[in-house]
Ligand binder design. Structure first.
Ligand SMILES: Nc1ncnc2c1ncn2[C@@H]1O[C@H](COP(=O)(O)OP(=O)(O)O)[C@@H](O)[C@H]1O
Ligand SMILES: [Mg+2]
Length: 322
């Protein structure tokens, strides 16, 4: 069940609107900077709709090359192109009766946009190389971290499709515009990651909280979640202190770097972590999953128990309780 944590009045109104429009079949366009919770909002819409018992299919338009995106969305028949050795249903067919999330729609090629518009208007998809259209009943939710109206003005997004998608618009404010959310989100993530990592943290120091509240959060809630997760894993004390927080410097000085955030979103990579950090995180998570059983953890990670033991002992020397 999707839970959107907030104490912000605008956010509450958005959530209420999302739940109300969920009941209809209206297309929903969710806008907002990277990490503001667009996918979360999309799941909320699906869960509160009459389609909640059916599938929720998501596809990231930015992550998939154009020709692949086309066959992923619309499916293909055997022999439609070299390599199409058997036929395959597209995401529209998979989502039949349910919801299809088109994540980062602004990145969709203009030619595909035309095809998408046809599907929305006619309620039918044509598989690549297919002979007859297939009827589909799909609720569409699109998200974007760019201003789609700007994209229309620049000519990179079809105006007719924009109006089709923008029946209901939910624009999520960036985290820096709802500073009141920083504390409850930070505490929420602290308790989530404390229990996940077998730690018992009791709070966040006043100084640490002040720092969090003055940060510009170019990566929004996703960035806050990562910062808290990391501090939970590395802190030596019972509360998160200022020294436990690793915030990106450019953002700390208040310089907003939306481009960097978008780059992270596009590539799935958040800078600021070393391979050691990631390895430690994975090992501690796996250990937690296996309830502290080292034999099982080592086997699952494909390393020797001796290697695991050495790494855990390194972490203990760093002051991380394992
Ligand atoms: N209000 C919120 N309450 C709890 N978790 C949130 C909230 N907003 C965002 N998140 C979390 O932050 C991360 C990024 O959210 P996501 O929906 O993927 O953002 P976007 O799609 O806008 O980039 C996810 O882990 C999500 O669960
Ligand atoms: Mg997203």
């Amino acid at each position: 069940m999707t839970e959107i944590i907030t104490s912000d009045r605008r956010m509450r109104e958005l959530i209420q609107l999302a739940k109300t429009v969920a009941q209809s079949k209206a297309t929903v366009l969710i806008q907002g900077e990277s990490g503001t919770g667009k996918e979360l909002m999309a799941s909320l819409v699906h869960e509160n709709s009459t389609r909640s018992g059916r599938t929720f299919v998501a596809i990231n338009c930015a992550a998939i090359p154009e020709n692949l995106l086309e066959s992923e969305l619309f499916g293909y028949e055997r022999g439609a192109f070299t390599g199409a050795v058997s036929s395959k249903a597209g995401k529209f067919e998979f989502a039949n009766g349910g919801t299809l999330l088109l994540d980062e729609i602004s990145e969709m090629d203009i030619r595909l946009q035309a095809k998408l518009l046809r599907v929305i208007q006619q309620g039918e998809v044509d598989r690549l190389g297919g002979r007859k259209p297939i009827g589909v009943d799909v609720r569409i939710i699109a998200t974007t971290n760019r201003n789609l109206a700007d994209c229309v003005r620049e000519g990179s997004f079809r105006e007719d499709l924009y109006y089709r998608l923008n029946v209901v618009n939910l624009t999520i404010p960036p985290l820096r515009e709802r500073v009141g959310d920083v504390e409850i989100l930070a505490k929420h993530f602290m308790s989530v990651y404390s229990s996940r990592n077998g730690k018992s943290l009791t709070g966040i120091s006043t100084e640490a909280l002040g720092l969090l509240q003055s940060h510009a959060w170019p990566g929004n809630v996703r960035e806050l979640e990562n910062v808290i997760e990391r501090s939970v894993i590395t802190t030596l004390g019972g509360v998160i202190a200022q020294s436990d927080l690793v915030l990106e410097r450019n953002a700390m000085t208040g310089i907003l770097n939306e481009e960097l955030a978008q780059k992270s979103e596009r590539t799935g990579w958040e800078p600021g972590r070393t391979l050691d950090d990631i390895e430690r995180e994975v090992i501690l998570k796996a250990l937690n999953y296996h309830q502290g059983n080292r034999t099982h953890t080592a086997r699952a990670l494909g390393i020797s128990i001796r290697t695991l033991r050495n790494k855990l002992s390194d972490y203990r020397h760093l002051g991380i309780s394992v």
